[in-house]
Design a protein around this ligand. Structure first.
Ligand code: ZN
Length: 307
């Protein structure tokens, strides 16, 4: 089974710990991901905005780490720059690795930096982490928060021109709606669940979920317990969010965005458990065709449209 996952923070974690991507003690490594059926993984680069002027340097170092680790493991992994990279015959059994930057803070609002990052392999950008930056408001600025800055609007237009994926996870509601309106392609929310079932600021309201559907976008549901119910959440509680999204906007917009290595309390121990998804979804009444859409089909449709 071809499985795609829209978000993990493994690169930032391993960059700190020095462990290799092939085999490690984190939630995700290439060996376990490969045997679990992962064929496409979006890897986030993340540096805390507290790093200030040092952010760009740190992001670039994480990017170097990512490229080095991919290069060390050509039998298991390859870089995805265009959708067609996924179709190369020799790639069929390997993990396509797509590079994402979580929060545009390091770009300093400069389009030149965005373009350079794109040349270095970046194909997806989250406008904010949790707080306000020069282009948009993060969710922790409050609901609805402020809209996009003039620079933010320019940045999104440039992303569309470069065929980059717009990730609206972490973005505050006012900026979220404005960005969805400006961006010409389908939008991605790489890791979030529903406010209806868990009223957590990082989750999406019904209006936001419907906006994603209007933009023919996708929502990657996340394993983080706090986003699901509370510390005691289990996988069935996450499946409740999935059923709710499917019933509200349709299976077409549902995908997986683990957030592995981005939090400590999750409802799966690690990527090795991803081979259970088929039976978990079947247990909640999703047909074989719907399982295929959730596990990879919907994500592939979005990447095909944009990349
Ligand atoms: Zn995140």
């Amino acid at each position: 089974m071809f499985i795609a996952d829209l978000h993990c923070d493994t690169i930032s974690l391993l960059f700190q710990s020095g462990e290799p991507l092939l085999h490690n003690s984190a939630h995700f490594d290439l060996e376990r991901a490969s045997s679990a059926g992962i064929r496409l993984q979006v890897f986030a680069l993340f540096v805390s905005p507290a790093e200030g002027s040092n952010m760009l340097r740190q992001v670039l170092k994480q990017m170097d780490y990512f490229h080095e680790q991919i290069a060390l493991n050509p039998d298991l992994a390859y870089l995805v720059c265009r959708y067609d990279d996924l179709l190369v015959p020799g790639h069929a059994d390997k993990i396509g690795c797509l590079l994402h930057l979580e929060g545009a803070d390091a770009l300093g609002g400069e389009l030149e930096m965005l373009r350079l990052m794109h040349r270095l392999g970046l194909r997806s950008l989250g406008l904010t982490w949790n707080h306000r930056n020069t282009i948009a408001d993060g969710v922790m600025e409050g609901d609805p928060g402020a809209g996009l800055s003039r620079l933010g609007r320019k940045m999104i237009q440039e992303m569309a021109r470069l065929d980059m994926v717009l990730d609206l996870a972490h973005v505050g509601p006012a900026s979220f709606y404005e960005a969805a309106e400006i961006y010409s392609g389908p939008v991605m929310v790489s890791h979030a669940n529903t406010r209806k079932l868990c009223d957590f600021p990082r989750n999406l309201s019904d209006d936001q979920i419907k906006t994603v559907a209007q933009k023919d976008g996708i929502i990657g549901v996340t394993m983080v317990s706090d986003f699901i119910r509370n510390e005691a959440a289990g996988i069935n509680d996450l499946l409740d969010h999935m059923v709710y999204i499917a019933e509200t906007i349709g299976v077409r917009h549902l995908a997986l965005g683990s957030d592995f290595d981005g939090a400590t309390k999750l409802v799966m121990p690690g990527i090795e458990s991803y081979n259970e998804w088929g039976s978990l979804l079947a247990g909640r009444g999703f047909s074989a065709a719907e399982q295929e859409m959730i596990l990879s089909g919907n994500a592939l449709r979005l990447f095909k449209t944009i990349l």
